[in-house]
Design a protein around this ligand. Structure first.
Ligand SMILES: *Cc1c(COP(=O)(O)O)cnc(C)c1O
Length: 470
């Protein structure tokens, strides 16, 4: 290959064209997937060739054949799960991450990304107003943020009990009791598995009608457990309701017991960046560790989560890979391997740096406030319709809705809305009843999108309602 062929101008131009066309169509396209698995397989599956194919041809084929199997989740009317879009500046920077193709595991292999992640760490701790000396790692998502922060917790509580888990493992050591709410996100269970605690080690505490852990029940549970190391996992932002556990009370219980308090703030932690919403996550700053996502509410491309640990030494001790050949820096330079489970990795902190620098403090606040206003707007519009019930308080960006007072109608409305295509949202089971979950976490969503979507939802409901009463 000639040196100049490193640049394939045709491919770069095609990628730019394709991206532009995709993004331009996004606000008005059918929000769901338009192609079935069978159709995708029919076009994409072929025997792996011996000789390969022309690069531009491959790109064009993927763009043409794959696109129908994408959801418009980067667009303004995708309200499923808690997904979030991509700020243009974060997307552009993400392209640069791929273009530079750095391996920022250690400072020496990418000074630029090391420094951007160092600065992004400072900005995040400042914006979220968490202890400025905390350790912080950019991981793939909140799942790995839990794993990372809870590994630090495991190290911290066992170190205090005189046990070095990094060297001696869990077997034979003091038993660690882990306590969480009955509605903890499933990724907490998975982290228990990865960490060798096992899911049965998880003691679950009753939640209230909004999905919040009950502090009185936690108190009882903690008292019922024998002395020894303990980790309490609270939640800021229930994935269904957005509800926030009574964090200040939980912190007091944790402190009294000498337990480590970890918070799942996958999206809820961002309420800290809003002056109006900050009181809703009161006490979150008292925790020992936090897990959150940047690919949800900060609107950077997948995959990007953030693990934050108050005691940076516990964080580093749990994650660092000390290998002589690594030339890890003993000085001020930041080596990512000290803060994340990965060794080689993507420079995923760079789009975070770009998003924060572009939005500024007020831009982040406006994004969070706007999405929460969308949730209230949606709830207010739907609440006016007879037969539609908003199941819980709208505290952040999540709205839970039930139609016609029964599961069947609710499920048919969800399926109908997905089919209709103006917007996309999913179903969930909330305290044993079927519910529609509408989530707002995209910078591009406008009030008009909320109006259009609520109109579409109501129209589908009227159709379902008529067909059942006939
Ligand atoms: C999304 C979410 C997670 C998992 O985050 P990933 O980024 O998908 O790993 C964990 N907890 C809560 C509350 C969430 O909303």
């Amino acid at each position: 290959m000639k040196r100049t062929e490193i640049v394939n101008r045709t491919l770069i131009a095609r990628a730019t064209e394709e991206a532009t066309a995709y993004l331009e169509a996004l606000p008005d396209r059918y929000v769901g997937a338009r192609t079935t698995r069978e159709e995708l397989l029919a076009s994409l599956r072929r025997p792996l060739s011996d000789g390969g194919e022309d690069a531009v041809g491959v790109f064009d084929a993927i763009a043409a054949q794959g696109e129908g199997g994408t959801l418009a989740c980067a667009g303004p009317r995708y309200f499923g799960f808690v997904i979030g879009g991509s700020l243009p500046v974060a997307l552009a920077t993400d392209w640069l991450v791929s273009t530079w193709d750095q391996n920022p595991g250690i400072y020496v292999t990418s000074p630029a990304i090391s420094v951007m992640e160092e600065v992004a760490r400072e900005w995040l701790l400042d914006l979220l107003d968490l202890p400025r000396e905390s350790g912080l790692g950019f991981v793939t998502g909140c799942q790995m943020a839990h794993f990372t922060a809870l590994a630090a917790a495991r190290h911290g509580v066992l170190r205090r009990a005189g046990w070095n888990v990094e060297e001696d493992g869990l077997a034979g050591g003091p038993r660690v009791h882990v306590v969480t709410g009955a509605e903890a996100h499933i990724t907490v269970d998975v982290a228990m598995r990865y960490l060798g605690f096992g899911t049965k080690a998880l003691h679950r505490v009753e939640t209230d009608e909004q999905g919040r852990m009950r502090a009185d029940a936690l108190q009882k549970k903690v008292e019922s457990l024998p002395e020894g190391p303990m980790i309490i996992i609270a939640q800021a932002g229930n994935v269904n309701t957005g509800a926030v556990d009574p964090l200040r009370e939980i912190a007091a219980i944790a402190k009294k017991r000498g337990a480590w308090m970890h918070v799942d703030g996958a999206f809820g932690l961002w309420a800290r960046a809003s002056r109006a919403l900050r009181p809703r996550v009161d006490g979150i700053e008292l925790a020992d560790s936090w897990a959150t996502d940047a690919h949800k509410w900060l609107n950077v491309p997948y995959d990007c989560g953030i693990a934050i640990v108050r005691d940076a030494e516990d964080h580093r001790a749990a994650m660092t890979s000390v290998a002589a050949y690594l030339v890890q820096t003993a000085g001020a330079e930041r080596d990512a391997v000290d803060w994340v489970p990965e060794f080689s990795r993507r420079g995923r902190g760079m789009p975070v740096y770009a998003a924060l620098r572009s939005l500024g403090r007020e831009g982040v606040e406006a994004l969070i406030d706007r999405n929460c206003a969308h949730a209230r707007q949606m709830a207010a519009r739907l609440r006016e319709v007879k037969g539609v019930e908003i199941l819980t308080e709208v505290v952040l960006n999540q709205v839970l809705v039930r139609f016609g007072g029964d599961d069947e109608t609710t499920r048919r409305v969800i399926a109908g809305v997905q089919q209709e295509g103006t917007c996309w949202l999913g179903g969930t089971t909330w305290h044993d009843v079927a519910a529609m979950r509408i989530s707002f976490s995209n910078w591009a969503t406008s009030e008009e999108d909320v109006e259009r979507s609520s109109d579409a939802i109501v129209k589908v409901y009227r159709g379902v309602d008529e067909s059942t009463s006939r």
